[in-house]
Design a protein around this ligand. Structure first.
Ligand code: AMP
Length: 307
């Protein structure tokens, strides 16, 4: 069994208060794949790149159990390029450049080899493309997770609402939850969003952790307080990869297991921010992941007597 991932594979230029890099591999599907492959394999990628995307990166991912039958390589165009600059608090950023390049004409095709996969991770892309992947699958996956952003709420709300009715888990950040629902209270926002279709809602709050809503239940996972946050790019996608990777590894999609999955997602994201791009995700070992999960347990484990 496997996870299908739809998303961008890209070049990024990033500026943070601690440094600047003009060209580094990025993209939502790249981060999801690096994170999830530490927990489960194979990962079945659906994406598009131009003639400039490094073959070594594809080979590195292949070594980690990432499959590329669903990758389209366009020989006469460039890969998607995104550039962002972080503010001092590192929680907010400005997008400086979005060059769609190959993404402009992307028509995702699900290869025959991917049919029957149990998990589907729809990374942040045009909602109509996310929907087209769901529609191409002959058997509905056991769990469909979708990531999106404010840009699509403003430019493709109709399609976004349609795809929300087809998925199980929605992942967005707090300002996006407020925008989508028109509610300031995240509890009220969650109620409204759950009525739009998804059974589960994850609201990411950057360095303040993440909330998981299901029915009338809510669970909170903190982010690990880190001494140095170097580059938050890809943290959201890495969180998603850790989350769905754990669920596929354990084959258990209960609310209880999703609580563990968001801790795993937070742990993976805490590595991602330590270096530029996906670099840190390439280096980490199973032992480091286990140790970091233990740190999370220590962080939130309290046993008090009721007064
Ligand atoms: P995150 O920091 O988790 O929001 O993800 C950052 C990654 O998303 C970067 O590596 C970008 O290449 C990619 N990205 C940024 N904007 C878009 C977009 N409009 N569509 C697809 N991918 C994007």
């Amino acid at each position: 069994m496997a996870i299908i991932t739809l998303g961008s594979m890209a070049f990024d230029a990033i500026e943070t208060p601690f440094g600047k890099i003009d060209k580094i591999v990025g993209g939502s599907a790249t981060y999801v794949a690096y994170a999830a492959s530490h927990l489960t394999q194979p990962i079945q990628q659906i994406s598009i790149v131009g003639n400039d995307f490094p073959e070594e990166e594809i080979n590195e991912l292949k070594k980690r159990g990432v499959q590329f039958e669903g990758l389209e390589i366009v020989s006469d165009k460039k890969s998607f390029f995104w550039s962002g600059k972080y503010h001092l608090d590192m929680n907010t950023r400005d997008t400086l450049i979005t060059d769609l390049n190959v993404l402009a004409d992307f028509v995702p095709k699900v290869p025959e080899e991917y049919q029957g996969s149990e998990f589907l991770m729809l990374g942040n892309l045009m909602p109509s493309l996310q929907m087209s992947v769901i529609n191409q699958l002959r058997t509905r996956p056991k769990l469909i997770v979708l990531d999106t952003m404010n840009f699509w709420m403003e430019s493709a709300l109709g399609d976004l609402k349609k795809v929300l009715g087809m998925i199980d888990v929605l992942m967005i950040n707090d300002s996006e939850a407020r925008e989508l629902s028109g509610e300031f209270s995240l509890v009220k926002a969650a109620k409204k969003i759950l009525e739009m279709g998804p059974e589960f809602l994850i609201i990411k709050k950057g360095e303040h952790g993440a909330l998981l809503f299901y029915d009338s239940h809510v669970f909170f996972a903190p982010a690990l307080p880190l001494e140095d946050v170097f580059d938050p790019t890809g943290a959201g996608d890495t969180f998603a990869g850790g989350f769905i990777g754990h669920l596929d590894h354990t084959k258990n999609i209960s609310f209880e297991n999703m609580k563990t999955a968001i801790i795993v997602g937070s742990a993976m994201a805490s590595f991602c921010v330590e270096k530029f791009g996906p670099q840190r995700l390439k280096e980490i070992t199973k032992k480091e992941i286990d140790n970091r999960l233990r740190e999370f347990v220590q962080l939130v484990n309290f046993d008090i007597d009721l007064v």
